[in-house]
Design a protein around this ligand. Structure first.
Ligand code: C2O
Length: 547
């Protein structure tokens, strides 16, 4: 195993998109940012120098961070932000995971442009992929583009209490593609050789949209999700929630011509205006060259095609492969967590607040709308025993049972109300947790992608309607469930996950739709130290940013 070193200079740069020159924040002047290439077992050292005018912190999405919680990156959870002009060096080891992950800013909305791929190859010499070696590997970052400054978009959503401004384009590797104005000259293009197989490393880095992805004339064989191998799954279309990744094999076996690859939104909410545009890239057979007429366009699923999304999400299974940990059959603790949107009283007068009740949007887990601290990070407070930063009383279940998935419930004002608080859940070292998530439909039914930091989890079952423990258990896959770090809980539905709390530290679990995190759709697990030095979180690095 080796050491992989990078320097990330975070700064503003000018870029032209959709006929306008914009200033965005990027890493090393690249959009998307640089790809981190590492092998399983490597130590990774990344010095982040913040030359932007904004607070910054970077999260290595999906990396376990075993005993290196200080490097996880979410602002006010494991560190205070890196202030403009300052730097912080993230150090972690990659152990027991292979495939595609990514990194992104974990402060305000800046991850819209501050993100990149993180690719983990098998350890040198010892292991190979559990599928035939591809001819070439290609990162495909799906993104979301705003003409406005994304920090302003977020501030507006938070101060007015309305939902965020919708995006102006989706992107493939930073480019909107031929269907948008002034975009054709930088459309992403992939040249392939007939008969060869390519590994597409697909990442949904969009802020607020689940995305369908498809390539005309070709099918895809999914071999991994969230850097965990799957049973090979052949499909015409894939869908990814923000935060999720897919490794898929693409066989260049179509008649040599030009084909569009395309992504459009899967909008489970269906009640607010959303970005219904389609981003494209071009796949062309090198022998045929680029065409003078438009390539073949795939027939994309409709924005509200929940059956297609659900079929894909629920059909995936994990690969029984050497090194795959078995599903723990003995559960130590069960939680039932409702997730969804709520309202909080408006605290700044009527101007931006929603009528007629004078309230604004919030979101919650078990009716607690998570409030990040501002004086110090939760991990610092935990490590140093500083009182008053958080309380250890995050509830194991919602305050009242109700008909969660009923779309008529929005008339119930009492259930709609939530309160902001920093309530954390303590987990015993090595305990096996089972969590059933239930989407609520109080303000409209929506699929929320829940991301857990510090762990992968087994997805035992998922479905629509209200979670019923006895019925759900009948559906459990305890043999080869899919393994993920982000689960798109079905719209007006539920999902059950299991994980072992074997990583001491403080780990946030949140909706990966970026507007929902500041609204409070999050909670935090505080995992106790284990009995030995080898299961104890070490002290923070000297350069850890302070508030
Ligand atoms: Cu990819 Cu907490 O985020």
């Amino acid at each position: 195993a080796g050491i992989v070193k990078y320097t990330f200079n975070v700064s503003e740069m000018k870029i032209r998109r959709l006929c306008q020159e914009r200033t965005i924040v990027t890493v090393n002047g690249l959009f998307p940012g640089p790809t981190i290439n590492a092998r399983e077992g490597d130590a990774v050292v990344i010095r982040v120098v913040n030359q932007s005018p904004y607070n910054m912190s970077i999260h290595w999405h999906g990396i376990f961070q075993l005993l290196s919680g200080w490097a996880d990156g979410p602002s006010y959870v494991t560190q205070c932000p890196i202030r403009p002009g300052n730097s912080y060096t993230y150090r972690f080891k990659i152990v027991g995971q292979e495939g595609t992950l990514w990194w992104h800013a974990h402060v305000s909305f800046l991850r819209a442009t501050v993100h990149g791929a993180l690719i983990i190859l098998p350890r040198a010499g010892t292991k190979a992929y559990p599928f035939p070696k591809p001819y070439r590997e290609v990162p495909i970052l799906l993104g979301e583009w705003w003409n406005a400054n994304v920090v302003d978009v977020e501030d507006e959503a938070l101060t007015t209490g309305r939902s965020a401004n919708i995006s102006d384009a989706f992107t493939i590797n930073g480019s909107p593609g031929d269907l948008y104005p002034c975009s054709s000259d930088h459309t992403f293009k992939l040249a392939v050789l007939p008969g060869k197989t390519y590994l597409l490393r697909i990442i949904n880095s969009a802020l607020n949209s689940q995305l369908f992805f498809k390539i005309a004339g070709h099918s895809l064989t999914v071999v991994a999700i969230d850097a965990a191998y799957t049973t090979p799954y052949r499909t015409e279309v894939v869908v990814l929630a923000p935060g999720q990744t897919i490794d898929a094999l693409l066989a260049a076996d179509a008649p040599p011509a030009c084909y569009y690859m395309a992504a459009n939104a899967y909008d489970s909410l269906q009640i607010v205006p959303f970005d219904n545009t389609t981003t494209t890239g071009i796949l062309y057979y090198a022998s045929a060259g680029l065409p003078s007429s438009p390539p073949v366009m795939p027939l994309m699923p409709a924005f509200n095609d929940t059956p297609t999304a659900h079929r894909f999400y629920s059909n995936l299974t994990g690969l029984l492969y050497k090194g795959t940990p078995p599903v723990p059959l003995q559960v130590d603790e069960r939680m039932f967590i409702t997730i969804g949107m709520n309202l909080v009283p408006c605290d700044h007068g009527g101007a931006g607040c929603l009528g007629p009740f004078g309230e604004k949007f919030a979101a919650s887990m078990n009716n607690v709308s998570f409030q990040l601290p501002s004086k110090m990070s939760l991990l610092q407070a935990h490590f140093s025993g500083v009182p008053g930063i958080y309380t250890l009383d995050f509830p194991d279940r919602p305050p009242a049972a109700f008909d969660y998935s009923n779309r008529e419930l929005q008339k119930n004002l009492e259930l709609l109300q939530t309160a902001k608080a920093t309530r954390v859940k303590r987990l015993k070292y090595n305990s096996t947790m089972e969590i059933a998530f239930q989407n609520t439909a109080l303000l409209g039914a929506e699929s929320h992608p829940v991301h857990l930091h510090g762990f992968n989890f087994f997805v035992l079952a998922q479905g629509f309607g209200n979670y019923d423990p006895a019925e759900a258990e009948k559906l459990f896959n305890l043999v080869h469930p899919q393994v993920r770090n982000t689960i798109a809980v079905p719209v007006a539905g539920w999902a059950v996950i299991r994980f072992v709390a074997n990583n001491p530290g403080v780990w946030v679990m949140h909706c990966h739709l970026d507007t929902h995190l500041p609204y409070g759709l999050a909670t935090v697990f505080l995992v106790e130290n284990g009995p030995t030095a080898a299961s104890t979180l070490p002290p923070p690095p000297k350069d850890l940013p302070r508030c």
